[in-house]
Design a protein around this ligand. Structure first.
Ligand SMILES: [Zn+2]
Length: 148
């Protein structure tokens, strides 16, 4: 038997699947061949690592963390989007109603009317701007996370 033949037996040896004859022959060879002893050692380490990995189930943990993060992000951005859209809609509606009432009201001076209209318009623009900024940063956060 050559070293390669013995190397084929090593995994079976560690799993206890060899016949008594094969086992004795391999053990005899291991006493004289350091290359095969090293191979056996590296197999042992591999099995130890594999056992550890199976025990901790890090893949599950990683996926949990990964999806947890993604889910949080989607949830938050959805929250922001709904909030933003609702706020803008309410502001536009409320602003429109206010402007209508203002224009009809003869007791309010023209300067005050223009001032209030401008203020409402400014608020709407601010809300749209803040929301766009949030969405922009959310997009960039995603790439930061991927790199980590
Ligand atoms: Zn050998």
């Amino acid at each position: 038997m050559t070293c390669n033949d013995y190397k084929d037996l090593l995994m079976g040896y560690l799993d206890g699947e060899l016949s008594e004859g094969q086992k004795q022959e391999l053990e005899k060879h291991l006493q004289t061949c350091s290359a095969c002893r090293e191979e056996l050692e590296s197999f042992r380490k591999l099995i130890a690592i594999t056992d550890e990995v199976t025990l901790l189930e890090p893949e599950d943990k990683l996926w949990e963390l990964y999806w947890g993060g993604i889910y949080n992000r989607i949830e938050r951005s959805l929250g922001w989007m709904l909030f933003g859209i609702a706020a803008i809609a309410l502001l536009i509606y409320g602003g429109f109603e206010t402007v209508k009432a203002l224009v009809k009201d003869p007791t309010i001076g023209i300067i005050l009317k223009i001032g209030i209209c401008a203020m409402i318009g400014g608020l709407v623009i601010l809300f749209v701007s803040v929301l766009r900024e949030r969405l922009f940063f959310w997009n960039h956060d995603r790439y930061k996370d991927v790199r980590r």
